[in-house]
Design a protein around this ligand. Sequence first.
Ligand code: SF4
Length: 350
Amino acid sequence: MTPDKTAQERLSAMAEPLLAWYDVHKRSLPWRGTPSPYAVWISEIMLQQTRVAAVIPYYARFMEALPTVADLAAVPEERLMKLWEGLGYYSRARNLQRAAQMICGPLGGAFPSAYQDLLALPGVGDYTAGAIASIAFGEAVPAVDGNVLRVAARVGGIHEDILDPKVRQRFRDKMVQALPEDRPGAFNQALMDLGAMVCLPGAAPGCGECPLGSFCAAKERGEQAALPVRRKKAPRRVEEMTVFLLLDQGRVALRKRGDEGLLAGLWEFPHVPGTLPEGELPPAWGLRPVEWRWRMSAKHIFTHVEWRMTGCLVEVRGGGAFVWASKADLEDYAIPSAFGKYLAEVKKIL
Ligand code: SF4
């Protein structure tokens, strides 16, 4: 192919070699066996922030516990949070349930089958709607996520900022034209697989084994490392906090987070902003310290925030407005992995 080919011509040349490659090399994933809309939906939502290998056991457990949309709509929130525990970004699980309740309620039990209708479900954005519509229903719509943007930017030689929503829309428009009408779901999954297995991020994608190598602009021009273009992200905000592991005769204090914001509705060890000096307990809790046992630091990184925590294990008396949980009780509370280091230490002690 000559260097003056347009980006669209290069992208439109992808379908045939990509599908031939996919038919031989596609990943065997549990949700691909029976591409029901429910299976595609649950797997795609889990995969939004989590690697495939990590998702597989969660997916299996989730589908065993909640095999249908109706099961998801009806499951108690605490049970749902427990099934999601460890995957993080819990608003995804809440949106799944809200969408399931919408399907089982106002939509009369029918899973929406068109891309535009899928977009109306809580938590379903352009990518997920495209994935469900194309994979489960055969609608010729693209599913454009970060992996697809990387492959498309490289194949087309497109040096535009993929974090800019207008640029993403232009990529999407180009992918609409590149999509084969007869196998849109396979095409979208092939791009996902190529992005995950061959056209990897960084300076050294597997161009030698790539089915798109004969017309890829980045390979031709040696621009793999420069594509895709992303503008610099704002630095992550750092929040310091003192986390109290309060023990009272074999039980540890827990409290429930608020209904809005980060980790909404989950359970946590009581904490206050900043780093308190040793021996200082917030007076408003009305607790009497009996023994200060240790301090231990930990950190947890979210997308936009980093928590730097100082944990204090304190034997106390006095009650306070907390739930007091025994070691066995802890299994009933969804405690986010941000507190995982402290949870593990507390379990050793209780
Ligand atoms: S040839 Fe290389 S850069 Fe181009 S799509 Fe394939 S792996 Fe990616």
